[in-house]
Structures are given as C-alpha cells and as structure tokens.
Design a protein around this ligand. Structure first.
Ligand code: ARG
Ligand code: MN
Ligand code: MN
Ligand code: MN
Length: 314
C-alpha cells in the first residue's frame, strides 16, 4: 500500500480564511512519518498553487466561481496523476469545494466510483438552491449525473463532466441539511445515515450497511470524502461550520478502519481543518491530531496495535 499526498491550500469555496493552512498543519503533525511507521510507502506531491483569479465577481449569490473552477481543474489533473502512479490518493484541503476536482480526477483515472461522504452537511446544494453562495456547500450536485440539468455551466467549469451516480453515494454523519438538500436527497433516493441513524444503529451497523449497499452495485473503488466537521466540535472545533451533536472520535476512526479493511479505498479527502477557527492552540491541536488519526485509519492503523511484517523480537 502507498499514499500519494496532494496538498490543496484553497479557501475560496467558503468565506473564512485559514482553511488554506490545513495541509501544512496536517503535515507538521507528522502524517508522512506516521504513515511510514505503519509500513505504508509515501510520496508527497507537495502543495498545488492556485492563481489569483480576481476580479472574480459573484454570479448572483455564487462566490468565487472562477477561482473554484480553476482550482478544481488543477486538482483533478493532480489526483488523476497520483492514481496513475499507482497510489491511494490523499487530498489535504482546503475547503470541501475541492471534492469536485478530487473526485473528478479520481474517476478520470479509475472509472466508476463509490463515494462515501462523511460530513455534518450534505453539500448537495445547486447554484440555484444555495443561500450562502459558498461552493463548499455544493460539490455533490456538480458531480452527480442525475443533477446535470440542475447545474448551469459556470465560468472555468466547462472541463467538468458529472461522473458519479446518486446510487453510488452514501452520506454519513448528517445533522445540518438545508430544505432543498433534503428534497434532493429524497428525490434521488440517496442512501444516508444521519446522526439519528448513527444513534439508532451504532456505527458498526452503519458501516456494514454502507459497504453492503455499495458492493451490491459492484465492487467499485471507494472515494472517501471526509469533512472534519463530521466529528463533534468538542473534539474537532477548528473548522468553519461546526455543528453540535457529531461523531465521537471513536466513531469517526471506526469509519476509516472499516473502509480500509474493504481493500477498496482508493482516494481520501480530508477537508475543512481551519487552524484559525480554534479558540485556543489546544483546539487546533486536537482537530489536526484527529485529522491525522482518520488518515492513519485509512491506511491500516488499528487500535489493537500494529507491527511491520518483518518485525523481530530483540
Ligand atoms: N449548507 C450550507 C451551505 O450550503 C453549509 C455547507 C457547509 N459545507 C461544508 N463543506 N462545511 O452553505
Ligand atoms: Mn484565504
Ligand atoms: Mn461539513
Ligand atoms: Mn463538507
């Protein structure tokens, strides 16, 4: 197993500065070294650089359309290259608008995907239903075949073709869903495990049902798009849109352990870590450290302990 890390220090899918520092903070917490200790080979492709697109006038409510379009086109190429080099792709955000490019590039390299979207939010607003105008609340609508006619072609988005079917997506952790998003999820019959279902079924059954549901449609490579705000703000407070009542640290990590052991995990996004949103340095440390643990879970770390295959007792 090997990880190909791409940093995407991009924040214009939402309006709070600081989320562009996510990649450096997560790296500084020792991500590469700790993956290597697990026996995972790591190639760090470094951070992408994004052009300043100004003037980038809002289109109606929609903010920074050209910057988001251009950044995602670049990210799509980068993730595609990581997959073509044979790695499991790790995209460090940045805000969740980056899932557009990450999932598109992943799909360009490997074909049809299953998507597991772990988030307090559904991020399935369209450019016409959004009332914040933030594209980080919309990436899923840009990616779904079924919503093609509901998403107008936007400047710097002409490269993007929908590449995911609604039946190949599972949401976990939802607890702040806008009315239009709820309507879309019901209309398309998307599989969702809100926090109510996590409470009702427990995380183990949620993951079992998630994997049964996805594998019934064929064992496609899995794209895990993990928004750190899925985790409860008591554990991961340094994020732009925290919502009470989230996943515990243990539930959050369990999701990654379970997906890892399917052997199908092919790309992971870890987004919305915003070091400027913590009240204290401890808030930031706890958020970043949780992000790292989620990524380690994706690459085989288990809580019973690990040792390398060539380990010899001294
Ligand atoms: N539903 C809200 C919106 O569309 C919040 C989205 C939050 N998304 C996120 N990736 N944190 O703006
Ligand atoms: Mn900024
Ligand atoms: Mn979210
Ligand atoms: Mn999100």
């Amino acid at each position: 197993r090997s990880a190909g890390i791409v940093g995407a220090p991009f924040c214009k899918g939402q309006s709070r500065g600081g989320v562009e520092d996510g990649p450096e903070r997560i790296r500084a917490a020792g991500l590469q070294r700790r993956l290597q200790q697990l026996g995972c080979a790591v190639k760090d492709y470094g951070n992408l650089t994004f052009e300043d697109m100004s003037p980038d006038e809002p289109m109606g409510l929609l903010k920074s359309v050209r910057a988001v379009g251009a950044a995602n086109q670049k990210l799509s190429e980068a993730v595609r290259a990581v997959k073509e080099d044979g790695h499991t792709a790790v995209m460090l955000g940045g805000d969740h608008s980056l899932a557009i490019g990450s999932i598109h590039g992943h799909s360009a390299a490997v074909g049809e995907l299953s998507v597991v979207w772990v988030d307090a939010h559904a991020d399935i607003n369209t450019p016409l239903t959004t009332y914040t105008g933030n594209i980080h609340g919309q990436p899923v609508s840009y990616l779904l075949h079924e919503l093609r006619s509901k998403v107008p072609v936007l400047p710097n988005f002409s490269w993007l073709k929908p590449c995911v079917s609604a039946a190949d997506v599972v949401f976990i952790g939802l607890r702040d869903v806008d009315p239009a998003e709820h309507y879309i999820l019901k209309m398309l019959g998307v599989k969702t495990f809100s926090m109510s279902e996590v409470d009702q079924l427990g995380v183990a059954r949620v993951m079992e049902e998630t994997c049964d549901y996805l594998s019934a449609r064929g064992k496609k490579p899995i794209h895990l798009s993990y928004d750190i705000d899925a985790i409860d703000p008591s554990v991961a407070p340094a994020t732009g849109t925290p919502v009470v009542g989230g996943l515990t640290y243990r539930e959050g990590v369990y999701i990654t352990e379970h997906l890892c052991q399917t052997g199908l995990l092919s790309a992971v996004d870890l987004v919305e870590v915003n070091p400027l949103r913590g009240q204290t340095e401890e808030d930031v440390r706890s958020t970043v450290s949780t992000a790292v643990d989620l990524l380690l879970g994706c690459f085989g770390r288990v809580r019973e302990g690990n040792h390398l295959p060539d380990y010899r007792l001294p």
